[in-house]
Every structure is written in structure tokens, then in C-alpha cells.
Write a protein that binds this ligand. Sequence first.
Ligand SMILES: *Cc1c(COP(=O)(O)O)cnc(C)c1O
Length: 405
Amino acid sequence: MITPFIPFARRDYSEAEFSEVADVIRSGWLTTGPRAAQFERDFAQYVQADFALAVNSCTAGLHLALVALGIGPGDEVITTPLTFCATVNVILQVGATPVLADIGPDLNIDPAAIRRAITSRTKALIPVHLGGLPCNMQEIWKIADQYGLKVIEDAAHAAGSLIAGVPVGGGRSDAVAFSFYATKNLSTGEGGMVTMRDAELERRMRSLCLHGISRDAWNRYTEKGNWYYEVVECGFKYNMSDIMAALGLIQLRKLEQMTGLRIEIARRYNEAFGDMREIQLPPDRDGDRHCYHLYILRLNLEQLGIDRARFIDEMRNRGIGCSVHFIPIPLHPYYQTKLDPRTDTPCEKPMRDPCASALSEYPRLVSLPLYSNMTDDEVGRVIDAVREIVAEFRVHSPVAVCELA
Ligand SMILES: *Cc1c(COP(=O)(O)O)cnc(C)c1O
């Protein structure tokens, strides 16, 4: 019997998504319009935020937030080494200096490392909720208050996560950016959302999101619209189309249910792997809700006897796709040259923190498939494969060897 491959990620779409997209196409209104506006209202309500701005990626949202908050050359922005390149690229793109602060035992940025990284030039913090486990935001907000820093959350993994009962996006940060990229737990193919608390920031970001055009730009082709508009600043082209928004509206309605299914699969994995000293379960925190966008195992390499690459190969041989989140920022060649991409001049060395924890955790990290429409059978196959590989390759302890001898 041929066993079908279990991919690392799979979007959870059904008839509702298909027919909504068809309706948008039939309606004739493809770009930012009524559906994007509705998606913004519904998303803001879901995360309990004052404002939400629909954008075409999380990267765009992070970039807009930095520009609108006035972060630029000479400023330092502290973020984590264990993230996707987008988090660091946007800091470089506004001409600021990324400063990495190492991770803690939960794989998220360590508030103590943030304190050590702060200088008189520090202007903002970009914590990343890795895999959907919220950072220790109480502590991060305290640091921000103490030093007068802006906080922009990279919540690319955290739609559906809660911090002390409040959804990520509804907390005290200046801006929170979500990703709806194809593989994310709420997916519109490409897309993102930024939530905010400040009306002036929202106005500024909305203008920058569409070329810096003054007002009602996307109304100008309708019956009520006016041909006249003014460009008041040099903005970007970051708006979300109504096709993406239609998918987002349906996905958002299913988010609580999809998150519940993810948490249940994570619970099954934890139960199945909890007794194996060759692997370490993903971190969690009491009082917060981990949405399990990712299920990140850590291999105890001394007990396991094979490296991470071999583990992933063995999983693939059993028809299961895995991934790694993330290759730490300092390991990519570009960040080793530390160039300011706008001027090609060397910027301040961003890696004052050697990021020892991120570098030592990296070889142990493996993300297993976990998504809301995984079947019981698929979950069972992942569990069996991991247990089988561990049983096959585990290093037998000296005690056991003595007993044999
Ligand atoms: C996916 C991702 C992003 C970028 O999201 P896009 O919507 O593709 O721009 C940013 N940060 C992290 C941590 C991500 O995983």
C-alpha cells in the first residue's frame, strides 16, 4: 500500500472559502473595498484592538509600523535572533540598526537580554511570538515603559494566541503585525493585518499603506467617488485585495475552532512523547494560550545519537514533512556583512549579543506537521514515526551496556 505524504503544512479551506472568492470575482470589485473593510472590523473586534489595518503581508505591516513610529537612521531596534529574516530586514530598510537579544528557555526573546541590549539609541522592541507561544509581554511592556520604547509585536504565528486571557493584538503594544501567508494558521495566500491603539498612528499607517494618498483613495472609481486626490507623503503599496479579505473573513470565523483542533493535536503529541528523554516537548506557559501555529520539538542529541538532518530525513522516509524554525539570524551571510541596504555602508555591528542560546538550540529544533485538518490517522502516523526513529537510534546508556556485559 502506498501511504500518502503528510506535508509539513496544509491550509484549511472548504466550500465557504471557495464560494466567497468566486463571489468577489463576480462582484467586479477586486482590490481593497468592502470586504477588506469588513475584515478589518471583524479582526479588530476578535483581538479586542481599537484599530486594524489590512495589508498584503506581515512584512509590510512591520515596515509600516516602523516608518509611522518614526524609527530611522541612528535608532536601534531590539529583536530576537530566532526569527524569520523579515523581522530584521524591515529594521534595516528604515535605516535603523537591528540589535539582537538572545532567547530564553521558552525560545522567545529573553527580557533580561533585552535589558542588557538597551542603549541611549534604543527606540523600539520587536518581540516575536515563536510558533504561537506569547513572549513574556508583561515584562517586555514593563521594560518599554521604563525606557520609553515603542513595542511592535511580530505576531506572524500568533493569531489565536492569548496573553492572560486577552488575544495577541489587543494588548498594550503600539502595533501588532499578523501574517496570513499560505502556511500560516490563518491563511489568505498572502496577506497580513496590523492592529493599533492610537488613532493618529492608524491614520498615518493607512495613508502610508497606499502611496501616501490623502483620503478615500480607493473610492475614486465608484459612482460616489471623486477623481481628485492628493499625495501628501511618499508611501508604499501595501493594501490588501478584497479577494484576500474574503478568504480572511471566512478563516477568521473558523479561527477559534481551528485553534482548538491545533491545541488538541499538540496535546496528543505531548502525551505520546512525554516519556521519551531523547526529545524535549515544546515550551508552554500557564495563564497564556499557545495557538500551536508550530509544534517545535527539541532533540536531545546526546541521547538520540543522530543529528537533526538525519532525523528529518528519517521522517521523510516515513512520508512525513518537517521543517526548522528558524535558522538564527547571525548564521545568514548577509547579516554577517552588516550592511545598510540603502547606502551600502557598514552599519553599527548588530550582534553585540553572541546569541549563545539561539545558536546552541538551533541544531536541536524540528517542527512537526500540525494543522487543524490533520486526520486522526495522520496524527497517529507522525507519532509512530517519531517513536520509531527514537527507538531505533537512541544511544543506550552505559548502565544498560554494563548490564548486558
Ligand atoms: C511568516 C513570517 C513573517 C512574514 O510574514 P509575511 O506575511 O510573509 O510577510 C514575519 N515574521 C515571522 C516570524 C514569520 O514567520
